[in-house]
Design a protein around this ligand. Structure first.
Ligand code: BGC
Ligand code: BGC
Length: 695
């Protein structure tokens, strides 16, 4: 790695033109275009081949092969003065070639270990494709299933999003970011992108500062505290100012309050979008505002590379700002070992490695599937005659959105795995003992720009289910979805529902093992499932009303005239094949003072006849405070394995300061009054302990 003096020397030696290229990310095609065949952006912005060769970063979707990697190295070597390699960046979200469950499914695993492993495997495979930085983790909290990007989130609880985002950062870094298989990370989309109005992608966001500080910002903070290298502002605004040029978000919160000095990169074409949205007059104004607010790199707007030089020459933007941004980009490269001649990363992954990766993806999928209903039909009995039907019975597209270089043809379908299962006989529905109805969304319907006004089973599936249920046989639904689908029509028609989300490369195998009872389901919902679209947003940490519905005939209460206010399935919910019981919470003290740590314990018993895992969740509720307090807040959780008949004591440690909330200025609001605590298997766990806060 270069030391500070060497870095400064490099920076001082760079011309203005070289620096504005260094803070620019372009596509591979623009980089490879020759001057006689320039690409669109080169023509539109009158850029030279030399400027392209000096670009600080190249974005690509499936990484590089050895030839491309060598070609890039050669072109930089021959065509630039400082020979600074471009950062190769890509979206490695839930795997590169071996695909793990979608992030929402990883949220359902409530497993930091599995999430870190997902990132590690992603880094091993992606670095082997020449990629240096991933656009992950996505730390956005999601509360609106209409938003297609729900699938990219770890769920609705800030604590879950924060801890799993930090696990992603650790996993990509590995032991050493500069090692051959180390990668840098870029947390996105800063912030509250998940709040797009009515769930429609790229729409307006309106959010209070109190919600920002308490709900939407904390997961970003956790990712940055874990050492995340870069950050991406959202496409959306805060206080009617696009995040890309938002002084409160980027200068005040990120740089001043959090003291973070890493590199900020725009989202795709964000500077351009500000002009389309008529926030800025043109690309020139966008370039100036973004740089002034601390955006270090421009992704695909070509604003910095085409406008900054002139702005600085005219004295309208200070060169020192550009130096700061260039320095931050060079620092990322330096950490990755790119500035001291670290050579090729492209390498072959052996078949043994691939097998090991797929085994890890399988283990993650086993933890992520959520058993949402089971009227005694699961696990399937040996010798069962099974009808495998529905839109997803033969589907290989089980990877979900953002599946990088994942391949459907390398992904077995449910039919593939059940055909090899000797304990069942596959047959037609009319001849079956049990009907397996594989249904849900297509993977293409999940991810960016996949908003839905009707987030429910696609057309025709309920009709199909009605026809099957008319046969009078038990129906087991296996659900594929990238969001909390509305299941009110479907649920009554099924005897069991296993939600597999999009489970990845080994998803079908995981489902087979769970349905056959070789493994016990243990996933828990990372999002609340509403009864209907009109309830959205609905989540476990709603702010209580002063007119609660006590069902006493009072008309003037908070409710819907035409629907319950409760969810169809609460946050944290998930069934097992064994019954667990959880004791009331015991605390080691009745009063908690500043600086003290509260210990909370429960005894969890497995009353079944086989070992199984569950997710114990710790919630608190503050009865009084300087702000309204959420109905409940998830503080912590533990995925525990309990042997048959065994009782385990599980303890949580909760420091006093973690019970503080934040004011609209981001200052701590200290805990006071009485706090209730609950530990259980969902957000419906009853309050069983109380502790008084003392100052
Ligand atoms: C998405 C980002 C992504 C980027 C690069 C954008 O459209 O919003 O999440 O990282 O593209 O592919
Ligand atoms: C309503 C008010 C009304 C008041 C007195 C409240 O329940 O919200 O709008 O003025 O009753 O009738």
């Amino acid at each position: 790695m270069l030391n500070r003096d060497e870095m400064e020397k490099l920076l001082q030696g760079m011309s203005l033109r070289e620096k504005v290229a260094q803070v620019t990310q372009i596509g591979l095609d623009s980089f490879f275009a020759d001057s006689t065949k320039p690409t669109g952006p080169m023509i539109a912005h009158r850029l030279t081949k030399e400027q392209m060769l000096n670009a600080g970063s190249l974005i690509c979707s499936e990484g590089l092969d050895r030839e491309q990697e060598e070609q890039i190295a050669r072109m930089v070597e021959e065509g630039t003065r400082h020979k600074i390699p471009p950062l190769i960046m890509s979206d490695v979200i839930h795997g590169m070639r071996t695909i793990f469950p979608i992030p929402l499914g990883m949220g359902a695993s409530f497993s930091e270990d599995a999430t870190e492993e997902m990132a590690r495997v992603g880094a091993e495979e992606a670095s082997a494709c020449g990629i240096h930085v991933t656009f992950a983790p996505m730390a956005d909290v999601v509360r609106d299933p209409r938003w297609g990007r729900s699938m990219e989130s770890f769920g609705e609880a800030p604590a879950l999003c924060g801890r799993l985002s930090a696990a992603v950062v650790r996993g990509f870094h590995g032991k050493d970011e500069s090692a051959e298989d180390g990668m840098a990370t870029c947390v996105k989309h800063f912030a509250a992108y998940g709040l797009v109005q009515a769930g429609q992608d790229y729409c307006h966001v309106d959010v209070s500062r109190t919600e920002m500080y308490n709900t939407y910002l904390p997961p970003f903070r956790e990712a940055l505290d874990a050492g995340c290298d870069m950050l991406m502002p959202a496409f959306t605004p805060v206080d009617r100012i696009p995040a890309t040029a938002n002084p409160w978000l980027l200068r005040h919160v990120l740089r001043r309050q959090w003291g973070w000095n890493g590199a900020v990169i725009t989202d795709w074409g964000s500077i351009d979008m500000m002009a389309v949205q008529e926030f800025t007059a043109d690309l020139t104004e966008g370039a100036r505002l973004s740089l002034e607010n601390g955006v270090d790199m421009d992704m695909m707007s070509f604003a910095y590379i085409s406008r900054l030089e002139e702005l600085i020459e005219k004295g309208e933007v200070s060169e020192e700002l550009l130096n700061e941004s260039t320095r931050r980009i060079l620092e990322v490269k330096n950490r990755l070992g790119l500035l001291d001649g670290r050579g090729s990363r492209v390498r072959t992954i052996s078949p043994q490695q691939t097998r090991a990766y797929r085994e890890k993806a399988l283990q993650a999928a086993l933890k992520s599937c959520v058993l949402m209903k089971n009227e005694g039909v699961l696990p399937l009995k040996n010798g069962v005659k099974l009808a495998l039907t529905g839109s997803h019975a033969d589907e290989h597209g089980l990877l979900g959105g953002w599946s990088a270089a994942g391949k459907n043809e390398e992904t077995p379908s449910l039919r593939d795995v059940f055909q090899k299962e000797s304990r069942v006989t596959l047959c037609r529905p009319e001849e079956a003992d049990v009907i397996l109805f594989a249904c849900g969304e297509k993977q293409e319907e999940t991810g960016e720009a996949c908003s839905k006004a009707y987030p429910m089973l696609p057309d025709g599936q309920i009709e199909e289910l009605l026809a099957l249920s008319a046969l009078g046989k038990p129906v087991v639904a296996v659900l594929f979805c990238g969001r909390a689908l509305i299941l009110s029509d479907m649920e009554p028609l099924c005897d069991a529902v296993l939600n597999a989300w999009f489970p990845g490369s080994e998803g079908a195998e995981a489902i087979r093992r769970l349905l056959m009872g070789d493994e016990v389901p243990s996933g828990h919902l990372p999002v609340t499932f509403p009864r209907c679209v009109g309830q959205i947003p609905i989540h476990h940490d709603m702010i209580p009303t002063g007119r609660p519905n006590r069902h006493d005939g009072n008309h003037y209460v908070s409710r819907y005239l035409d629907e319950e206010s409760t969810p169809l399935y609460p946050f944290g919910f998930g069934l097992s094949y064994v019954p667990f019981s959880v004791s009331p919470v015991e605390t080691d003290r009745k009063e908690l003072r500043p600086g003290e740590v509260l210990r909370l314990s429960v005894a969890v018993s497995n009353q079944g006849d086989r070992a199984a895992e569950t997710v114990l969740q710790l919630y608190h509720h503050a009865r009084q405070g300087a702000q309204l307090n959420p109905a409940r807040t998830l503080d912590d959780w533990r995925r525990v394995r309990v042997e048959a008949g065994e009782t385990l004591t599980v303890s949580f440690l909760l420091p006093w300061e973690k019970l503080a909330t934040l004011s609209p200025e981001g200052e701590p609001v200290l805990p006071r009054g009485v706090y209730d605590f609950a530990v259980g298997e969902s957000a419906q766990a009853p309050w069983t302990a109380e502790v008084s806060m003392r100052s």
